[in-house]
Design a protein around this ligand. Structure first.
Ligand code: AMP
Ligand code: MG
Length: 311
């Protein structure tokens, strides 16, 4: 998935053998690899690539797994007012071409790509389990949700194998299952967005996912300006440099992954959505006049034990 996956499992040796734990960990890694095979836009054989070869009005029957994942992203496209949109692929391709050529896309190219973007142009048929694009040249990119989904699947496998304590980290997406030990909770850090190797915030989580998206993960610089890999599907442009990162805490990693990407686009306006969705929190790092500031959802410190360094 172009990212590092780290798994920590904590067992009570009196109840669970090391060999069984190793077996469960191997299965979790295999599952994450399987999801990459399914979701990758770079592998011709992946289910997503098969979908992306569809022309206008062509139907394809897809697996229940991919169907459900796509449906979930469409649901969040609605909730985020189109900020999160897996049909962003033509724009992702255009900006990756720009990066390679070291040249900004032309107005015409941008307009053309934008015309092929829009989650409302995906039609899912619940009964037949098919997908259809309403326009030619469309494509989907699950890069903003697949790592979270893979994390959830790994956690599911641990639960099924009777493991009640694990920490799965897939790039910016984490899930904390149970506690690290009888005495200690899982405590995870959010990296400082500008200083390598430094953590700016630590938080204790239990049965909770946290995902962080931001411009510091993957970006490129053209004519001295920083361009993020997160694109606003409504304007066609990568997010502005005032939003540095967004972290979202929720009950599952797929949702956190989706919403962290969306919050990078929505900025502070996204806090209202997070509050309305309920049971979620967000942390937004902004850069204003060269100064980094962190904004958090109301009362987050009442819900979680947080320690924070100066940015
Ligand atoms: P993440 O690291 O989870 O924030 O996901 C970023 C990836 O999601 C990008 O590399 C693109 O593949 C994809 N992406 C970019 N912009 C959007 C968007 N507005 N909605 C959904 N996916 C996006
Ligand atoms: Mg994401």
């Amino acid at each position: 998935m172009g990212t590092v996956v780290e798994i920590k499992v904590s067992i009570d040796p009196a109840r669970y053998s090391q060999a069984r734990a190793n077996d469960a960990i191997n299965k979790a890694f295999d599952e994450i690899k399987r999801i990459e095979e399914v979701c990758s836009v770079f592998k011709d054989t992946s289910e997503i690539s098969r979908i992306n070869r569809l022309g206008k009005d062509e139907k394809l029957e897809i697996t229940g797994e991919v169907f459900n994942l796509i449906r979930k992203t469409l649901d969040y496209s609605e909730r985020t007012g189109g900020a999160f949109d897996i049909t962003v692929k033509p724009l992702v391709d255009l900006w990756s071409k720009a990066k390679k050529a070291n040249k900004l896309p032309g107005e015409g190219e941008l307009k053309d790509a934008l015309e092929r973007v829009g989650y409302k142009n995906i039609v899912l048929d619940e009964a037949a389990h098919t997908i259809l694009f309403k326009k030619d040249g469309m494509g989907i990119d699950l890069g903003g949700a697949a790592k979270g989904y893979a994390t959830d699947r790994a956690i599911r496998l641990f639960k099924d194998s009777g493991i009640d304590s694990a920490l799965v980290t897939s790039g910016g997406d984490m899930y904390c299952l149970g506690k690290r030990s009888a005495q200690e909770p899982w405590r995870v850090g959010i990296r400082h967005p500008r200083i390598k190797g430094r953590i700016f915030l630590e938080i204790s989580l239990k049965e909770r996912a946290i995902s962080t998206s931001g411009d510091y993960e993957r970006y490129f610089i053209l004519y001295g300006k920083r361009y993020s890999h997160i694109i606003d599907p409504r304007t066609g442009y990568p997010i502005g440099d005032d939003i540095v990162s967004a972290s979202v805490i929720s009950a599952d990693s797929t949702t956190s992954d989706i919403l962290a990407t969306a919050m990078c686009i929505m900025g502070e306006k996204g806090f209202g959505m997070i509050r309305d969705l309920g049971g979620m929190d967000a942390i937004l790092v902004k850069e204003e006049a060269g100064r980094l500031t962190a904004k958090m959802s109301k009362d987050i410190r009442k819900r979680y034990d947080i320690s924070q360094e100066k940015l």
